[in-house]
Design a protein around this ligand. Structure first.
Ligand SMILES: [Zn+2]
Length: 593
């Protein structure tokens, strides 16, 4: 089996097909429940007449109505991810999005009223044991209280977003998924997708990598007018909204959403930037391994061992399953289900979106995973990563309800990166060949520099773009200038970038899809290094504590969840600890080279 041909997902946990009449039923029920919900609870939550029972019923009814729209929404978005060219799926997803907005508008009063409950009164209600599971959720909602506008204003913003910022995000998605390249390879011109080109950027042939990288970033550059407008408008939209709401910084809502103190993230990013030199040392070693005086930008993802062995899907699957099982037999058997019950779509096919994701939908439905599996070690790592997310979702689904099911963003990458660490250790345990060991350590380090140093650099850029873009309209060249400044802070003079790479800011979808998301990768990876360190020290007793952390979902603040593992993220040394692990790996690599 090549490139996971035939490994597609079974969506029947949602619906039998896109024409299943249950979709329409759910959509109708969702609308009806939303209307009933408004009738039943509007004006009754914020006042002193609300008691614990009423609030509890409202929370449960709210979860029930959301579940009815999340199902069709997930179906539409999974189908669209599977084939972005289909007009049927495009129409389906547009319709569900619109409906979702409508339902949000109808039920918006609920979170607004929760925000307006008097502190004292809420504390009294929270003494009722039955509300306990929701106490953190209520707390998180109220973090936004000082920044929330009136109900009518919030509705207007939501309404205008449909043709405003959501339309720009949709344009980005549709536009980039329509991209095709006429690319010459082996004397033949072939039509290629973005994911084909990304694969060539990782090829063993330096010239091919250079051409592929130049073609990829160059195309975003040719269309800079569109990307400048999309990104620029999203920035200005955000700036306007920030001003209306009274935030001091464009990144502040993300701190609130993650429920982490801004100063903790700033410390983490500063400590990360202080360790950029580790990345530079690594890329210097990598140049030596590739036998070049200095790396080109297109060499960053070059394979180190050019005799890279093919790892077919079945073998990758066994590696991932074994690494989970070695940590916990239970984890292994949960992951076995992911394969047996076809939670995974891994094959490469035209129209399918690139990259990989795990979509946790509802506690009552198992998560779905999308991969583009290309028979190499990277693909195995991506599989471990996404299945780590899936494991997190499954464990969280045991006790959490819809509102507390999704892990907080800063912990969202914990299980995924931890799973990669388990895979690395399994590979190193079994590998005696020196060249292979070099490859494994190097690829892990590369990953850490990608998720830790690079994502922090992205966040610094994103922050610069928002701060400058709020003041004036940024041109394409402005974006590139800001990008190059932050990029060069990280790579210094150890990498010669291609001219086309000045457009790379336009290629990164996070800036469009999930503003200020990237530092969560840094956070997650550094946290995992600290956790892994503790696992190596403690052994078995660590396993149930880690399981409890994942099962806790979003039921407490990240600070408390991390403290339950015996760690304190306010301590600067907590973050430095992660870099000691990296530095040790780097020393090991240096010794092997
Ligand atoms: Zn992830």
């Amino acid at each position: 089996m090549e490139k996971a041909q035939g490994i597609t997902w079974d969506l029947s946990a949602l619906y039998s097909s896109d024409t299943d009449p249950k979709i329409e039923q759910d959509i109708e029920t969702a609308q009806k429940l939303a209307q009933d919900f408004k009738q039943k609870y509007h004006g009754k939550i914020s006042g002193s007449a609300c008691d614990a029972t009423l609030l509890l019923n409202a929370l449960q009814d709210y979860e029930n109505l959301l579940a009815h729209i999340y199902r069709p929404y997930a179906m539409a978005s999974l189908l669209f991810s599977g084939d972005g060219r289909s007009d049927t799926y495009k129409a389906f997803i547009a319709r569900v999005q619109e409906l979702y907005t409508k339902i949000n508008n109808t039920t918006l009063f609920f979170s607004l009223e929760i925000q307006k409950i008097e502190d004292e009164h809420l504390q009294k209600m929270l003494t009722d044991e039955r509300l306990k599971p929701y106490s953190h959720h209520l707390h998180s909602l109220r973090l936004f209280t000082p920044y929330t506008l009136s109900e009518r204003e919030e509705q207007l913003i939501n309404h205008k977003n449909l043709t405003g910022k959501t339309a720009f995000v949709n344009l980005f998605n549709e536009f980039t998924s329509s991209f095709e390249w006429q690319f010459e390879i082996d004397g033949e011109t072939k039509t290629m997708t973005e994911s084909d080109l990304r694969q060539l950027v990782r090829s063993a042939d330096a010239e091919l990598r250079r051409r592929a990288k130049a073609a990829l970033d160059g195309k975003y550059g040719e269309n800079a007018l569109i990307f400048t407008n999309i990104f620029g408008n999203l920035i200005r939209d955000h700036a306007g909204e920030m001003e209306l709401r009274g935030y001091d910084s464009p990144i502040q809502p993300s701190y609130l959403r993650n429920d982490v103190p801004g100063e903790v993230v700033e410390t983490m990013m500063r400590v990360t930037a202080e360790h950029y030199h580790l990345a530079r040392s690594y890329y210097t070693i990598k140049a030596r391994l590739l036998g070049v005086p200095r790396l080109a930008g297109s060499d960053l993802y070059a394979p180190i061992d050019t005799s890279e062995t093919k790892i077919p899907f079945e073998q990758g699957k066994e590696l991932v399953l074994d690494s989970f099982t070695a940590f916990s037999a239970e984890f292994g058997s949960i992951m076995q289900r992911a394969f047996d019950e076809r939670w995974i779509d891994a094959e490469i096919r035209p129209g399918k979106r690139g990259g990989a994701f795990c979509h946790g939908i509802l506690p009552s439905v198992h998560p779905y995973v999308l991969l583009n599996y290309v028979d190499n070690l990277d693909s195995v790592y991506t599989m471990a990563h996404e299945l780590g997310h899936a494991l997190h979702d499954v464990l969280s689904a045991e006790k959490q309800t819809l509102l507390t099911y999704h892990p907080p963003l800063v912990l969202a990458e914990t299980a995924s990166v931890f799973a990669e660490m388990l895979l690395t250790k399994k590979l190193l345990r079994e590998e005696t060949d020196q060249k292979r060991r070099i490859q494994i350590i190097a690829s892990k380090l590369e990953d850490f520099f990608g998720t830790i140093s690079r994502q922090t650099m992205y966040t610094y850029f994103e922050l610069d773009a928002h701060l400058e873009g709020a003041k004036r309209r940024l041109s394409a060249e402005d974006f590139s200038r800001l990008w190059l400044k932050r990029r060069d802070e990280m790579y210094g003079d150890v990498v010669d970038f291609l001219p086309e790479e000045k457009w790379f800011w336009a290629v990164i979808p996070h800036f469009i899809h999930t503003r200020f998301y990237c530092y969560a990768y840094t956070f997650g990876a550094l946290l995992v290094l600290a956790l892994y360190d503790q696992y190596e020290k403690e052994g078995e007793p660590f396993v149930p504590k880690y399981r409890a952390l994942l099962a806790a979902g979003d039921s407490d603040t990240p600070e408390n969840l991390i403290r339950s593992m015996g760690m304190d993220f306010r301590d600067e040394n907590f973050w430095r600890g992660g870099f000691r692990v990296i530095s040790d790996l780097l020393d090991e690599l240096q010794a092997l080279v």
